[in-house]
Write a protein that binds this ligand. Sequence first.
Ligand SMILES: Cc1cc2nc3c(=O)[nH]c(=O)nc-3n(C[C@H](O)[C@H](O)[C@H](O)COP(=O)(O)OP(=O)(O)OC[C@H]3O[C@@H](n4cnc5c(N)ncnc54)[C@H](O)[C@@H]3O)c2cc1C
Length: 318
Amino acid sequence: MTDDVLAVAEHRRGSLRDVSFEVATAGREVADATGGELHLAVIGGDVDAFAEELNREGVDAIHTVDHGEEFNHDVYAQALTALHGAVDPAVLLMPNSVNGLDYAPAVANRLDLPLVTDCVGLAVDGGLVATREMYGSKVETTAEVDLPVAVTIRPAEWPAAEGVGDASIEAFDAEIDEDAIGSTVTGYEEVAGGDVDISEADVLVSIGRGIGEEDNLDLIFDLAEAMDATVSSSRPIVDSGWLPKNRQVGQSGKTVTPDVYVAIGISGAVQHVAGMKGSDTIVAINTDPNAPIFDIADYGVVGDLFDVVPALIDEFGG
Ligand SMILES: Cc1cc2nc3c(=O)[nH]c(=O)nc-3n(C[C@H](O)[C@H](O)[C@H](O)COP(=O)(O)OP(=O)(O)OC[C@H]3O[C@@H](n4cnc5c(N)ncnc54)[C@H](O)[C@@H]3O)c2cc1C
């Protein structure tokens, strides 16, 4: 085993996802602690263009596996098992995403590695000390695991790696066994309302139960249009069937990291905050001055959304 870290990038429909740059930051931190190098793996898609984009400060080597356009469980599992054999890292670091949770257990199983999922903090103290959250983010626990280890990290917990690096970029021949590929991507279908991806939005206008009735949502879409923003929501709005599930922010919804998050009529329950606390600037509008959302808001308006939102629409020239 080397002291190195191997982190895995993620892409979808021709674009690298934000978490690719977050695994680079987390990987660099861990590699600094182990005294090793940071290797990135990018599998499938336009690997050469992705490698150029991933060449950020702190990345020592990028390995490309040119196989297929979209994510495929079997290709990722085979490629990472082979690449792990070549790099022999102390820590294999993957995103705690839908894709990551698909292949990470398979890779850990093939390599007989312990797997710690959904980590929000990583340190090295002999072995790896991984921090995880439990009970809806109310409690933090640490798991101490001997190296080598595999981990998945929660998106939006580490900042994206920046700058331009001078990593070596090499094609890796993973010798993919085509006969062992049991699944094929036959097409890509957006879920209903899937025209938006709230996890990639720069500005989110998020609505909660304070909106009262479904018909009132028009007001929120008007504000979003005036602000050139995307509409997201808390869970009760989705549970009521007023917005599709892919608009839900939170523990059982999506994790978002926009530049601006405007929480309107949202109390700030711990399960909601878990999904948006990484936003750069948080604005809260709520009639209740004691609403927990104000504890994490950068700007707060104590007021009725039916007064405040129309005033904002006017202000933004809607
Ligand atoms: C396992 C589990 C997973 C969960 N996952 C999620 C999740 O992913 N995402 C999520 O959001 N929740 C989730 N929840 C639910 C969560 O606990 C809360 O119930 C939910 O976030 C509350 O949504 P809300 O803030 O919209 O509603 P409420 O808590 O009812 O808050 C409504 C707020 O609107 C304010 N308000 C009312 N009228 C107005 C007005 N006219 N103008 C301005 N403000 C007004 C009120 O003061 C109040 O603060 C989960 C719960 C569990 C148990």
